[in-house]
Design a protein around this ligand. Sequence first.
Ligand code: ZN
Ligand code: CU
Length: 479
Amino acid sequence: MSNFDVILRGGLIIDGSGESGRQADLGIKDDRIASIETSITGKCEREIDVSGLTLAPGFIDVHTHDDRALMSAPAMLPKLTQGVTTVVIGNCGISLAPLVTESIVAPLDLIAEEGWLRYPSFSAYLNELEKTEPAVNVVSLIGHTTLRMNVMDDLNRPANESECEQMKALVDEAMRAGAWGLSTGTFYPPARAAPTEEIIAIGAPLSRYGGLYATHMRNEAEHVMDSLDETFLIGRQLGVRVVISHHKLAGLAHHGRSVETLAHIQAAMHTQPVSLDCYPYNASSTMLHPDLIERASSVLVAWSTAHPEFAGKLLKDVAETWACDERTAALRLAPAGAIYFIMDEEDVRRILAFEHTMVGSDGLPHDAHPHPRLWGTFPRVLGHYSRDVGLFPLEEAIRKMTGLPASQFGLQQRGLLRPGYFADIVAFDHNSVIDAATFEKPTTPATGIQYVFVNGKLSLGSGACDARTGRVLRGPGWM
Ligand code: ZN
Ligand code: CU
């Protein structure tokens, strides 16, 4: 009988709390961290020399669209290769469940494809997800847009009372099945007509179970302050934490306004729980829509069902090929996705450096030519923004990806390196860690991530995926 399954020897332990690191050994037994000591004695099955490497809690990607990828590509290499061990799915108002339909309305096509809208209940989805044994842990949100598609014949109007009642019942079922909260994407056409009251009405079960409310806000440009106020109001009315997803300022006219928005967010934090996340790039990515192209200095096609051959090409060049304007080209490419260069680098840095900001990739795993954030987000924060640019110390970068999100989402015994906590661990080389995915070559794996453990099992080491030991984490309403 050995005391440990694995001992990691001599790494620099940065525990995720923001405290500075210390050299120590770390012992793993079953799915837990069993010991952290200057020098561990005792028997073990396997020893790994991690001297020269930094050990951190596995990263938590708080904003993803991995709902289908977890099942269609359960090895989850875009995430594991970044050191991510937990993903939050169901963001921006879109989740795969509950919904049974053949017609896939944008932006649901960012995650769904034919045959995938087949889960009559949230629990049916989570149970199948569990059976698939994905490589990373999963925290799930219910998508408001998905709910609307269940109960409304016409999405271009507010839901009536009986439709709100039905959606509320679906939220209740999902919370009891283990969802962690509700997400909205009132930015997008199929949810745009939903007034604040509709969201408050259907969100009642969040208050009952202690769920949270995450939102891709109605507006991230001229009306951003109103959108923040709407978000705060919903949080106060429901008495729940709000998460402002991928906070950004879109369009040249609004560059620099993060000074204003962050002050407003900070002020709201005095009276209610508010969280926010961002991805470390100055380009966004979502469905290709003619109304969105004007704000961008340039637009890159990420995928197109009508013309897949144009994935990876600039919209400007596609328009030139067809001798038409960009709006017309966008309409011809649809259904399609795009990358929009719309943010100010200074805003990105200011938001990322804000002490309450968590890191979320917002990666789109099914795009033919995805935004590089899918494969690069976490190493980019560590290597580029923390080490090279010096935006904040390494301990702070790690806290934003581990301890902070675990405490805000209420993930029990995760997010810190502590004895008794789940052994979600990443070992990386601080001198070489860096994102390698670019806008030209977006699926290049990052470098410098050496070992990743998920629930005590080595899941990434010498580049290969060995285990799929992620778990479906059930939220506060689960029983
Ligand atoms: Zn979004
Ligand atoms: Cu998103």
